[in-house]
Ligand binder design. Structure first.
Ligand SMILES: [Zn+2]
Length: 847
């Protein structure tokens, strides 16, 4: 389900554990609870203990062949431990054989591999449509391209919708332990493949139906929500850190669906979007809401027609948050698949939560017969939702295509954000109206005006991967009172996918005043959090040549002397860690610069090429020896992923692992954010940890980290908790200390914390700004008035110090590695790790 893990835990607590044959949960509240952070991290810590594998290479997705494309899918090894089996559902290893058989039996079915999961499982895209010759398929591609790239002409071409097969995307099982979308999809695919009904023939000659059979095979097999890396894939669409999400993104770009549904569980009665406010401000919401609400009502009617009742089988009637709830189930952040798809042209897009819970404690505790009864009903309801949706696409075929064209036309024309008329659908009131202001363009400068060339390149490549058009200025130009050098990147907001460009590049808004409860994060700006300088400008008078990738950024100066590498971006962290892994004799200066000896110039050239980093000649500097920083980490899965991505060797630990006996001799720094309680350590584990703390470094984050600091007697600091569900982009002010130095002016917070009562040994590295501090997101005070933005103003957000035993300690009250997203903040964590590992060494001065 889309529900947060914390809310899931609450739901488990509310649910009677002694289940009877037809026991069902009451409809859960469509709001999230507070204090979500720690529980999210505890869950993730469990997941992070799983063995990790390197991500697979993205596979090539064939575009311009005819249909069917009958690919013989490789059959995975049988896995008797697949969690689907207990529910009587198809195990992952059974899917390929089913699809191979259907391809043999029907010319309407094509199965392709569109990527691999984190743990290396194939991802299957099934296309169901009437056969097309190669020329016919090319004609469809041409029309699709025209809709996107020449929308004004497409809008004038009255004959276009007649010739075009409306694309529908059905996404399934993105949460691994919400299984039945996959089984419903297989059922519907088989029906469509084998039906002799003329209505089906008509449907398939006017549509292409695309099914992502299971978006999360790792989770399906393992019986968990997350993928093999411990990520919630349905939070990753603005970041695309996971291969499964990159595959879904590519499907949306390549197929350009007019409608999509994403099948989840479990909310009883079945939850069907559209959502409550706040609504994302970058959608063409007038077009979106009329179609999405209409299909929502259609799915509701189809599910009701199945005849389930609370009395007979425990199934409550469907609920539509837009119609039935005030707030708490919003479409504000485009981190969810149905909130991301509209930027690629979906004008109806839905999360659907099927009703009867079969995961969590129910999976463990309910009798198999009851689980299978529930899964059977869930599959039938999911199938009804799919059928209703393809019926909707067929019935509204021409209008949906026209509306998609209109989305891209408004973007290309650079029209202002529209205010949706009240009452456009019943119940659409002032509380539903959200707007934004599009700049004329965003400029991502190169040269001296750019904070980080590698960060700029990363952002440009990310935009391009999202099908946002990026150009490069041929000549220097002036805009917004500044001169930008030739080569600067320009994101012209007159483009079909300007909504997606803007939702990533605008600062966002502080929506605290408008809404009490948000479902998930409320701020994410790539322009503020990914480390690059990005300027919105209101005029644009320059020619920009479209680019397919950012220009290379690496360089090593000529000469023979030692080199300096300033660590202000994740790429510099990766390059430095690569040098350290080779045993290069690096020293570390506390302004965040690594000094590379002249003897390692060849190694520097290699990492400069690989990571795009720029070395400079090292001047005279005082620094201390730095070796590879080996981390023992009690942390969440996303942080573990990020630390490893940065190239740190990390050993996951927990209270239990330490109590079982842990050898600290291979650890330089302890990272604590989740799953470690000093008070719960046994005497032997405590003694071993205390011995480590005499020389080792410590970096902590969040409530678990702050509690560890206090219990272990490290720094003198009192940790104050902001409201638990507060999150977003916060304005911060950094010091010139070893961690603050070089930090951007913005950070990300989730359950923000700050530190008071600081001892004389403590240095403030970063404070929350006196202004705001929230730029975008949601941060209200608690009901008793504490924990709000006012209370955080000017308070210490990140502190460092040496405790009396000598340990070098850094405490984060911000969340710099959240879901692998705020990439511009990763180097701050790295600097904390380098400093805490190296500060105990003897200083050396070069040259
Ligand atoms: Zn879900």
């Amino acid at each position: 389900m889309r529900l947060s893990i914390a809310l899931l835990s609450i739901a488990i607590l509310l649910t009677p554990t002694a289940a009877t044959a037809h026991a069902v949960e009451p409809p859960p509240p469509a709001v999230r609870d507070f204090g979500n952070g720690p529980e999210r991290n505890e869950q993730a810590a469990e997941d992070s203990a799983e063995t990790l594998r390197a991500p697979a290479e993205e596979l090539f997705h064939e575009r311009d062949r005819g249909y069917p494309r009958q690919n013989q899918l490789p059959i995975p090894a049988e896995n008797p431990a697949d969690a689907s089996i207990k529910l009587g559902l198809v195990p992952y290893h059974g899917i390929a054989a089913r699809l191979n058989d259907l391809q043999k039996r029907s010319k309407r079915v094509s199965a392709e591999i569109i990527g691999r999961s984190y743990q290396g499982r194939d991802l299957y895209l099934v296309t169901v449509t009437a056969p097309e010759s190669r020329d016919e398929a090319r004609e469809q591609s041409r029309i699709r391209d025209r809709i996107q790239h020449d929308a004004a002409a497409a809008a004038r071409d009255r004959g276009l919708p007649r010739k075009y097969k409306a694309p529908l995307f059905v996404n399934n099982n993105i949460h691994g332990n919400e299984w039945e979308g996959t089984d419903a999809a297989l059922r519907v695919i088989e029906e469509l493949a084998t039906s002799t009904d003329p209505q089906v023939a008509d449907l398939l000659s006017h549509t292409r139906l695309y099914f992502n059979v299971t978006a999360n095979p790792d989770g399906r097999v393992n019986g968990v929500r997350v993928n093999g890396a411990g990520f919630d894939l349905n939070r990753d669409f603005v970041t695309a850190s996971q291969p499964e999400v990159r595959a879904m993104r590519q499907v949306m770009i390549d197929t350009q669906p007019v409608t999509m549904i994403d099948l989840h569980g479990y909310v009883n009665g079945t939850l069907i979007e559209p959502t409550t406010p706040p609504h994302g401000a970058n959608y063409e919401y007038d077009l979106f809401i009329k179609n999405t609400y209409a299909n929502g009502l259609g799915m509701e009617a189809a599910i009701k027609a199945l005849g389930h009742t609370p009395e007979a089988d425990g199934v409550y009637p469907p609920q539509i948050p837009f119609r039935d709830s005030a707030e708490g189930w919003d479409d504000w952040p485009p981190i969810f698949s149905p909130q991301y798809a509209p930027f690629h042209g979906a004008v109806a897009s839905h999360t659907v939560e099927i009703p009867l819970r079969v995961n969590g404690s129910d999976y463990t505790n309910l009798p198999v017969d009851e689980l299978r009864r529930r899964s059977g009903i869930n599959t039938a309801i999911a199938a009804a939702a799919i059928r209703a949706t393809y019926g909707f696409v067929r019935a509204r075929h021409d209008q949906l295509i026209a509306d998609q064209i209109e989305v891209f036309r408004r973007g290309a024309a650079g029209e202002p954000s529209r205010t949706v008329p009240l009452g456009i659908v019943p119940g659409f009131g002032p509380e539903d109206v959200y707007n934004t202001t599009f700049p004329r363009a965003y400029v991502i400068p190169v040269g001296g005006g750019q904070r980080s060339a590698t960060a700029a390149a990363r952002l440009v490549d990310h935009l391009i991967a999202n099908d946002v058009e990026v150009g490069q200025a041929k000549r220097s130009f002036r805009a917004g009172g500044r001169t930008y050098p030739a080569g600067s990147y320009v994101v012209d907001m007159r483009q079909p996918k300007r909504g997606l460009a803007n939702v990533m590049l605008e600062a966002g808004a502080d929506i605290s005043p408008r809404v009490d409860a948000m479902y998930d994060i409320s701020g994410w700006s790539h322009a503020l959090l990914w480390g690059a300088t990005v300027d919105g400008v209101t005029t644009l008078q320059t020619k920009a040549e479209p680019v397919k990738a950012a220009a290379p950024t690496g360089s090593v100066p000529r000469g023979h002397g030692p080199l300096a590498l300033k660590v202000i971006d994740a790429k510099e962290v990766m390059a430095l860690n690569a040098l350290l892994a080779q045993g290069v004799a690096v020293t570390w200066a506390n302004d965040g610069t690594a000094i590379i000896p002249a003897a390692a110039r060849q190694a520097a050239r290699t990492v400069s090429d690989r990571y795009g980093v720029a070395f400079t000649p090292a001047g005279s500097v005082t620094s201390t020896p730095l070796s590879q920083v080996r981390i023992a980490a009690a942390t969440s899965a996303d942080e573990l992923f990020t630390l490893r991505e940065l190239g740190f060797p990390v050993t996951p630990i927990s209270t239990a692992i330490l109590n079982g006996g842990f050898d600290w001799s291979g650890t330089d720094v302890l990272f604590v954010s989740s799953g470690l309680s000093y008070a719960a350590l046994n005497p032997a584990a405590k003694a071993a940890l205390d011995a480590f703390l005499a020389s080792g470094g410590v970096v902590t984050r969040g409530s678990t980290g702050a509690a560890f600091n206090t219990a272990a007697g490290l720094l003198t600091a009192t940790s104050i908790a902001g409201r638990g569900d507060a999150n977003g982009v916060a304005r911060v002010v950094s010091s010139t200390g070893p961690v603050g130095s070089g930090s951007p002016g913005y950070s990300f917070v989730y359950s923000p914390r700050w530190f008071t009562g600081l001892g004389p040994e403590v240095t403030v590295e970063q404070t929350y700004a006196a202004e705001g501090p929230l730029v975008s997101g949601h941060w209200r005070p608690n009901p008793d008035g504490t924990g709000g933005q006012d209370a955080a103003r000017g308070q210490a957000a990140v502190v460092s110090g040496r405790d009396e035993r000598g340990a070098a300690v850094v405490l984060f009250g911000t969340e710099p590695m959240f879901r692998n997203h705020p990439k511009g903040l990763f180097p701050q964590v790295a600097r904390a790790l380098y400093w805490s590992a190296s500060v105990t060494g003897a200083a050396v001065t070069t040259p």
